[in-house]
Design a protein around this ligand. Sequence first.
Ligand SMILES: Nc1ncnc2c1ncn2[C@@H]1O[C@H](COP(=O)(O)OP(=O)(O)OP(=O)(O)O)[C@@H](O)[C@H]1O
Ligand SMILES: [Mg+2]
Length: 312
Amino acid sequence: MVTAAIEIDNVTKTFDDLIAVNRVSFQVPRGATLGLIGPNGAGKTTLLRMISTLAVPDSGDVRVEGRSVRENPRAARAHLGFMPAEFGCPRNMSIEEYLDYFACMYGLTAAERAVRIRDVCELTELMGRESVMVKGLSTGNRQRLLLAKTLLHDPSVLVLDEPASGLDPRARNELREIIKTLASLGKAIIISSHILPDIEDISDRVGILEAGRLVLEGDLATLRAHTGIAQRSIRLRVLPEDLTRTSQMLSQLRGISTCEIRDQAIVLTSDEPNSNFVLAAILQQDIRVLQFAENEVNLEEIFMRSTAGKVT
Ligand SMILES: Nc1ncnc2c1ncn2[C@@H]1O[C@H](COP(=O)(O)OP(=O)(O)OP(=O)(O)O)[C@@H](O)[C@H]1O
Ligand SMILES: [Mg+2]
């Protein structure tokens, strides 16, 4: 039987009387990227730490390349690269010294270390910067370095906790490309993030956690179908004095599935083939439109619909 690289089997973790992760199960096959999203405190980091053998589940188990994190954490760890959301960096080291230090900890020989450090620097675009001191690094380069360190022992499973946090748009774009390259090399990747468009771009599957529970898991089409939400979303901005009456009028309109006011804009969903009927209704009522934007229902919409803003 072909097993997935990451198998999460009914995992629970509590802190005193708080259930941080509640009977979560899913799998990540080799070469696939699973995006893990959910509100603050949903249990993402706790789950990622259990996968990475840094926290022990109260019940259930995780298998990494078939190795149980409870019974054989050492063997699981050999296949794992974990990139934490926060890390303390020894400041008086160059990039090369930093990577060499961790490569030594992985037990690589001097010859192996030289090859691996070159490879990970190339992959993370740190090539040519090896002598730069860690303490002066920008957030983008620091995240690159942390990812490079995570890849040193060539793990087949990558667990990345908010790797794009604090990155500017260009650095985020570069990180997305690196992650796609890593997936194409056959690695199984699980990545948590609050940046939903990034997750939508790089993930084959998405898991949504809320208050410790996995409320949804699957590819985007499956998630959309499970949420029972419409295909089309329209975002409409009108003059503030027109906002309430426009929203009331549109919510009564045939063909509109949902209508709500969010951030001073009206967000509609609909299964109709086009939005002409919405435009016609607006024009008929002499409503002054500032912006009318139409999209396929995206991950943000799925997230908003499937989570209730519950916190643990
Ligand atoms: N070591 C700990 N001791 C006690 N409670 C903890 C501990 N670690 C996490 N928690 C609690 O468990 C819950 C889940 O936390 P976790 O950090 O896993 O959430 P998260 O989804 O990663 O949130 P964020 O999006 O803010 O990073 C929270 O209520 C948190 O306060
Ligand atoms: Mg977290």
